[in-house]
Design a protein around this ligand. Structure first.
Ligand SMILES: [Zn+2]
Length: 79
């Protein structure tokens, strides 16, 4: 008879699926994160008046706050 103890057999049957699940999990996580990092033309802006945060196009020099309607110059805008 082959001398394989019950413990090592159990350990084998537990470790193989667990490793497979972990590899799939890590692969899925990486896929999700790479999907998140999408290059965008948008940038974050903060309103001077109501401190509301919103996104605006990088090309725009003047942006209007969607919360209070204040027209302001976008910070970091190229002149
Ligand atoms: Zn505002």
């Amino acid at each position: 008879m082959i001398s394989v103890s019950l413990i090592s057999l159990l350990a084998y049957f537990l470790c193989v699926p667990l490793t497979a699940i972990m590899i799939l999990w890590l692969y899925d996580d990486e896929k999700r994160y790479s999907k998140k990092a999408v290059p965008t033309q948008k940038t974050m802006c903060e309103c001077d008046i109501c401190l509301f945060h919103f996104t605006a196009d990088k090309e725009e020099v003047f942006v209007r706050c969607p919360q209070c309607g204040n027209l302001m110059e976008r910070k970091g805008a190229k002149h």
